[in-house]
Ligand binder design. Structure first.
Ligand SMILES: *[C@@H]1O[C@H](CO)[C@@H](O)[C@H](O)[C@H]1NC(C)=O
Ligand SMILES: *[C@@H]1O[C@H](CO)[C@@H](O)[C@H](O)[C@H]1NC(C)=O
Ligand SMILES: *[C@@H]1O[C@H](CO)[C@@H](O)[C@H](O)[C@H]1NC(C)=O
Ligand SMILES: *[C@@H]1O[C@H](CO)[C@@H](O)[C@H](O)[C@H]1NC(C)=O
Ligand SMILES: *[C@@H]1O[C@H](CO)[C@@H](O)[C@H](O)[C@H]1NC(C)=O
Ligand SMILES: CC(=O)N[C@H]1CO[C@H](CO)[C@@H](O)[C@@H]1O
Length: 548
């Protein structure tokens, strides 16, 4: 039984009341331990936040050597004695340079961290929140300080709704998301997602030993982490539609050439023998430059069909979902150079070849900078950004983020799956006016990262006190969702800002990303928001006007 959330997905029974909050507050200065099935873990006590950390615990056999490019294999060796869980284990190889000097990278990276209020013991049955980091399926790790779980867990304790935070690593870039016939035929596709699922199995089996409740696990993520959450919901669920996309074999062949594996009888076996430094260099070189996307692929195994079709058909794990978006998601993906109507049409034609549709979209997104996004960028954008930057940003943001979320909401509602949505619309310090409230922006708020851990430009510096208050309120919604299965809480203690349930529309495809307004710190202009059906067909909608 799995409880998942999208931005938050829930796994397990929804109604859960914690009646024994006070004993959890008891301070415990000793070295925390957890007796699991195969031995004992010793963690680290953090006095400042009165929390126990169990850091860097493996949840799978290291996917190295012959286990490279194979489905993750559960642990099978009891160690009997005590194992240290006080220091971070390696991060998974990312795409690009390994630039964080304090982090170690390795193929042997399938580990997770547990952060709990101190003194929690087996039997306490705390709900569990599992964070799946984002980073385009190509980067990110549990060591990233921007995903520090401490403040969320602290907030949950302060609210009398303690939960246990877990964050996990999973294989990235081509180590985790290689594709092609050889991969599909061997049943080793979507490895990164399978890693996540094995971590969830480990949690299900083991978290009770840390004081958690395996039937109350919520998963959540941002960006590729949100997509991962969605992938878990539709995993192993559909019919094999034979939709395998053959063009990936070209990329796979390029990789074989570059690794001298082209003539091997078993190309995957050959790749497993390439020293990881050489393989990493090939993966990061221009050999892979033409690969169009990294992430979910139909492998006939873990992912059996198009995600949108799975959702429409109800072939997904039906658990409560909380999802939302930032108002100006697309702006940091810098769609620059759209200066003329022709440039705009050309961008739209990337999505549809039907000129009537192109015209309809152009009419719904007129070239009026005042109604484009971000609203923080006033007037006509510069040539450097593109004169129609605000127009194209509005279109792409709706197409890629807002419309898919609305499709998802609608379908969840059709299946009577509880669903809540939000749109985050606050620009933190350091975010340029030309980006507004872009992708990733809410993460510092979601983790109450007031200290700005992991940021060069501190998100809360020079901001009004209301920013911290907002972060505090957001945390409460998240805590409520993890603990009560309802962001508004079931005890009526927290009802200051009820989630607005957004009307949903059929969207273009499913991307498990976010939307809603908390507080509008700056007003923005009414703008026609599109809803899409498949194939792409726009209809006007005034969703944005509601927030005025
Ligand atoms: C213990 O070993 C079993 C297999 O024997 C494995 O499934 C499980 O994940 C392991 N648990 C831990 C906490 O290592
Ligand atoms: C989170 O950050 C705080 C403050 O820097 C630190 O004390 C704590 O150890 C961090 N938590 C984790 C789980 O790393
Ligand atoms: C492939 O073979 C060439 C020539 O022998 C060699 O220089 C190169 O390092 C090899 N590449 C790998 C990834 O083994
Ligand atoms: C790829 O990079 C190599 C050297 O790093 C260069 O010789 C080659 O021309 C590049 N190929 C392409 C298609 O850019
Ligand atoms: C759509 O319009 C473009 C530009 O005017 C033109 O090149 C293309 O042939 C048209 N496509 C169709 C299917 O009519
Ligand atoms: C529990 C819950 O909030 N469910 C809602 C899901 O969304 C639809 C409309 O999109 C509502 O009708 C449901 O009440």
């Amino acid at each position: 039984m799995l409880l998942f959330t999208l931005e938050l997905g829930l796994l397990g029974a929804v109604l859960y009341h914690l009646t024994t909050a006070s004993p959890l507050m008891a301070r415990q200065d000793e070295i925390p331990t957890a007796i699991v099935r195969n031995g004992t873990y010793t963690g680290r006590y953090n006095a400042e936040y009165d929390q126990d950390f169990f850091i860097g615990m493996p949840y799978a056999q290291p996917p190295v050597g012959d286990l490279r490019l194979r489905n993750p294999v559960p642990l099978n060796t009891p160690w009997g004695g005590t194992a240290d869980a006080t220091t971070f284990s390696s991060a998974c190889y990312k795409f690009g340079a390994l630039q964080f000097p304090k982090m170690t990278y390795s193929e042997d990276c399938l580990n997770l961290n547990v952060v709990r209020p101190s003194g929690v013991k087996p039997g306490d049955k705390l709900p569990v929140g599992v964070w799946i980091h984002g980073g385009g399926h190509t980067t990110g790790s549990t060591q990233d300080p921007t995903y520090n779980m401490t403040f969320l867990v602290q907030k949950s304790v302060a609210a009398g709704k303690p939960f246990i935070g877990v964050n996990i690593n999973y294989r990235l870039q081509l180590f985790g998301f290689m594709y092609g016939s050889a991969i599909v035929n061997s049943g080793v596709g979507n490895l990164g997602y399978k890693d996540q699922q094995l971590a969830l199995r480990w949690i299900h089996e083991t978290i009770a030993a840390f004081g958690g409740d395996p039937s109350m696990v919520t998963i959540w993520g941002e960006s590729a982490g949100a997509e991962s959450t969605g992938a878990q919901l539709i995993s192993y669920g559909g019919q094999d539609q034979g939709l395998f996309r053959g063009e990936w074999d070209v990329y796979y062949r390029d990789i074989l050439r570059a690794t001298n594996c082209s003539t091997a009888a078993d190309t995957l076996a050959c790749l497993r023998t390439v020293p990881v430094e050489l393989l990493f260099a090939v993966f990061n070189s221009n050999v892979t430059a033409s690969i169009p996307s990294w992430g979910m692929e139909i492998d006939g195994d873990f992912i059996r069909e198009n995600a949108r079709e799975a959702l429409v058909a109800g072939r997904f794990i039906q658990v409560p979902v909380l999802h939302g978006q930032n108002h100006d998601e697309a702006t940091i993906f810098s769609i620059t150079g759209v200066n003329t109507n022709e440039d705009f049409y050309a961008q739209v034609r990337e999505w549809t070849s039907d000129n009537a549709t192109v015209r309809a979209i152009a009419a719904l997104y007129p070239d009026i900078p005042a109604i484009g996004i971000p609203s923080t960028l006033e007037g006509r954008p510069s040539a450097a950004l593109g004169f129609q930057y605000k127009r194209i940003s509005a279109f792409i943001t709706d197409l890629m983020w807002h419309a898919p979320r609305r499709l998802t909401s609608q379908i969840l509602a059709q299946h009577n799956v509880p669903n809540w949505s939000y749109m985050f619309n606050v620009r933190p310090n350091g975010m340029p006016l030309s980006s507004g409230v872009a992708h990733f922006t809410k993460v510092s708020f979601m983790f109450y990262n007031i200290l700005g851990l992991g940021y060069e430009e501190l998100p809360f510096a020079n901001t009004p006190r209301s920013y911290k208050e907002l972060s505090n309120i957001m945390l409460m919604y998240w805590v409520n969702f993890v603990v009560d299965g309802d962001p508004n809480g079931v005890d009526g203690k927290f009802s200051c800002l009820h989630y607005r349930i957004l009307a949903a529309f059929v969207g273009f495809f499913m991307a498990m990303l976010i939307e809603v307004n908390w507080f509008a710190f700056h007003s923005y202009h009414p703008h026609p928001l599109l809803a899409f059906v498949f194939p792409l067909k726009p209809t006007a909608d005034d969703l944005r006007c509601q927030y005025h």
